[in-house]
Design a protein around this ligand. Structure first.
Ligand SMILES: NC(=O)c1ccc[n+]([C@@H]2O[C@H](COP(=O)([O-])OP(=O)(O)OC[C@H]3O[C@@H](n4cnc5c(N)ncnc54)[C@H](OP(=O)(O)O)[C@@H]3O)[C@@H](O)[C@H]2O)c1
Length: 329
């Protein structure tokens, strides 16, 4: 059986040890579909995992990486044939199942999504969990009545993967977007993605009242904590807030007032274990809204397997803008 390379993470007494090493398919976590990987991408969660800054990996050793695109090598699942271009995001890959920072992955058929036109393998991973999550925010918010006439969508953590795609997708879907960032020097980048206005997070007054002046038609929140609490107080009547992330913190200190006086909705976004029908609908929306050239500005870096750890450190230290792709071919 031919060998391939993987970024495999070991646990030792001194912490986590990621190593690029050779493996064979029979050593991988089980599944009906074997995929020859083409691309992966580095998400916030991957950076937490390989730097050991977050408890993401729950069994050791394990190949890291929560996303992968590639072509089916073999399949015991009749829905897939050798050569099919496919994408897998989340589902526990890189957490408790060998993940996408590897030249081969083996997963259950239910995790595998056929690539939809006009996405190609590189574009799909340029999107990755970050873009998929932003698209799920759009799908869920619109299913709950969000419309462009309600006002601008506030996107925070704007230069990050989710934030960047939220700006692209919501602006393509006809919404005005206001980007909130801790990197005001990135204003030109954010405007090139479709943001009409860019706010400096450092200059924000959060206020303290249960409800402040309604400013936003809706919001996509990657931060949690004070930033999310502020959004609950400043979203206009019947707006939706997609709670996506915790880059600032996991607490949420707010009141019921925005929910019972303004009809504001707080929608949970779970890209990892969402139902397959939501997964397929979300990728469909991505394929409808994004063109391959749309991702060019968001992908700011490409690395090989041996560059993943350094790129993850940059992301943890907030030195990274946009997405880093991992070339596995
Ligand atoms: N629910 C889900 O299924 C799901 C899926 C994907 C990601 N997530 C979560 O969503 C969040 C964003 O993910 P991502 O992949 O976009 O990460 P990312 O690329 O690292 O972006 C996060 C952005 O948040 C801002 N930020 C980072 N640390 C911060 C801090 N301490 N305080 C305030 N702002 C901070 C930065 O943007 P600015 O400098 O522009 O402000 C950064 O670029 C993460 O918490 C991630 O775990 C959740």
């Amino acid at each position: 059986m031919s060998s391939f390379k993987a970024l495999r993470v070991y646990q030792s007494e001194s912490g986590l040890e990621p190593r690029v090493e050779s493996m064979t398919v029979d050593q991988l976590s089980d599944g009906a579909v074997v995929i020859r990987s083409a691309w992966s991408g580095i998400n916030f969660k991957d950076a937490l995992a390989v730097t050991g800054k977050g408890k993401i990996i729950r069994q050791f050793p394990l190949n890291a990486g929560i996303d992968v695109s590639g072509t089916v090598e073999t399949s015991e699942d009749p829905r897939f044939r050798p050569g099919d271009p496919v994408v897998v995001t989340g589902c526990g890959m890189g957490e408790n199942h060998d993940g996408g920072f590897a030249q081969m992955v083996r997963v259950p058929g239910d995790w595998v999504v056929p690539l939809q036109d006009p996405l190609d393998l590189r574009t799909a991973m340029a999107v990755g969990t970050a873009g998929f999550t932003a698209a799920m925010a759009l799908v869920r918010m619109e299913a709950n009545g969000q419309r462009p006439e309600q006002g601008p969508i506030l996107v925070n953590g704007a230069t990050g993967g989710v934030g960047s795609y939220a700006i692209r997708l919501f602006s393509h879907a006809g919404y005005r977007v206001t980007a909130l960032t801790g990197k005001p020097e990135a204003a030109d980048y954010l405007k090139s993605l479709g943001a009409e206005e860019v706010l400096d997070a450092g200059e924000l007054e959060f206020g303290t009242r249960p409800m402040e002046k309604g400013l936003w038609g809706g919001a996509v929140d990657s931060l949690g904590d004070e930033s999310l609490a502020w959004l609950t107080r400043t979203v206009k009547p019947w707006g939706n807030i997609a709670a996506v992330g915790l880059a600032q913190g996991i607490k949420l200190n707010t009141t019921v007032m925005p929910f019972i006086i303004r009809g504001v909705s707080l929608l949970g976004i779970d890209s990892v274990l969402c139902h397959r029908d939501i997964r397929l609908a979300t990728w469909k929306r991505v394929a409808e809204l994004l063109k391959p050239e749309d991702v060019d500005a968001i992908v700011t870096r490409e690395v090989g397997l041996d560059g993943v750890v350094k790129a993850a450190e940059a992301l943890m230290e907030r030195r990274q803008q946009g997405r880093t792709l991992v070339n596995l071919a």
